[in-house]
Design a protein around this ligand. Structure first.
Ligand code: MTE
Ligand code: MO
Length: 263
């Protein structure tokens, strides 16, 4: 069983966002008096002004915090650099065995039939045909040894191979001016990411782990591997993906985890 603490996470986000907001606002203000006023008033009370949510009861606190989290998404989106690479590591640094994690235990790992599997692609793309694994393996393959960071308090270095996601998006004629790419998984997991991260050079439609076809526990037939994002943003067992301008959240994101989830 997993212990999930959405409030702890939101509190961390709220703190970080407050600090960012204070700095940003302070920079915009020339007059020292106004600056001090804002720094002193952007407290919990100030938050209700900032978010337009009263903080008189739990539901409203919840609403205020979720607004802050969406504000935090915007800031993270603004400071995200499409060309800045996450650190890479050597073979010797790979964590063995690499940990398994899901919202269920290892005894419930999903087994996907390779022969009948097709990746469904919908939304703002020119080519909506469903992809077999063989077709994806025929595309140019990349490898990376990067660190996966899980908010539950562990991180591990692994080696993934597959199709650079930006290559795939361009190949299917995706509208890369769209805001989001969403994913639905074979289990009940789902998530969505911002387009700049989808196009990041280290974002990989991973088909292999450590030189072997992705094992079931790591998300066979494929996962989206993003070393610039936290573990929960990396969907395993991808069944369908869609390009959209409509926000669609995610399994943990809808329960309070920050949506941008940069690492
Ligand atoms: N389909 C699916 N993808 C998922 C999850 C899940 O439960 N289902 N859990 C996420 C979380 S929280 C983590 S930390 C990583 C774990 O990936 P791993 O088993 O390869 O370590 O998968 C992510 N992607
Ligand atoms: Mo995670």
């Amino acid at each position: 069983m997993k212990i999930f603490k959405p409030h702890t996470l939101l509190d961390i986000d709220a703190d970080a966002v407050l600090r960012e907001a204070r700095t940003r606002l302070a920079k915009q203000l020339e007059q020292p008096a106004r600056r001090i006023f804002l720094q002193r008033t952007l407290t919990l009370g100030g938050l209700s002004l900032l978010t337009g949510c009263s903080i008189s009861d739990d539901t409203h606190v919840e609403a205020a915090l979720s607004k802050i989290s969406r504000f935090n998404d915007k800031i993270q989106g603004l400071i995200f650099s499409p060309s800045q690479l996450a650190p890479t590591y050597t073979e010797a640094e790979i964590t063995r065995p690499f940990p398994f994690n899901a919202y269920y235990g290892e005894d419930e790992i999903r087994e996907v039939d390779e022969a009948s599997y097709r990746l469904e692609v919908t939304g703002m793309v020119a080519d909506k045909h469903a992809w077999s694994l063989a077709e994806l393996r025929a595309m140019s393959q990349q490898e990376q040894i990067t660190r996966h960071i899980c908010v539950e308090g562990w991180s591990a270095i692994g080696r993934w191979g597959g199709v650079r996601f930006s290559d795939f998006l361009r190949h299917i004629g995706a509208d890369t001016s769209a805001k989001y790419v969403g994913f639905k998984c074979v289990d009940d997991y789902y998530t969505s990411i911002d387009m700049p991260t989808a196009l990041h050079p280290q974002t990989l439609l991973a088909l292999s782990y450590d030189g072997q076809p992705l094992p079931p526990k790591y998300g066979f037939p494929m996962k989206l591997r993003m070393p610039t994002k936290l573990g929960y943003k990396n969907p395993k067992y991808i069944q369908a993906m869609f390009v959209t301008n409509t926000y669609s959240g995610g399994y943990w994101e809808d329960q309070g985890y920050n949506w941008f989830g940069g690492s």
